[in-house]
Ligand binder design. Sequence first.
Ligand code: THU
Length: 137
Amino acid sequence: MWYTISMKPNTQSLCTAAREATNYAYVPYSGFHVGAALLCDDDTIFIGCNVENASYSVTCCAERVAIYKAVSAGKRDFVAIAIAARKGEQWLAFTPCGVCRQTLAEFCGADTHIYVCRADGVDEYTLGELLPSGFGV
Ligand code: THU
């Protein structure tokens, strides 16, 4: 499933989608609900949530779920990703883990926007800022 929204996607609408995606998080072990909203160059948005596992390392982060959903739907050109996280009702800010940064780098340029949605605002980064000198072949 992907979202199309009637207005041009912007930082706010992407954060809204990321926050909504936290409701789908499967987090019986951490209780840390993460949502991601990935904006494609054709304005479609793919959401993802973290999906945990009793064998902890099998867990997949919200960002990668969103990326894999998009790629498996034929999309590979991404403009931005927004992420949001909460414990209970408390919104918490975090930047993507290293594995997710590397996964983004497979498809995204250094200028790709990463929006960290906080309770009262948004911190904006680029992938190049968060993954300088990333590995590539
Ligand atoms: N998590 C994400 O979904 N994205 C990240 O970038 C970092 C961590 C999830 C994985 C796990 O379900 C929970 O947060 C606690 O680590």
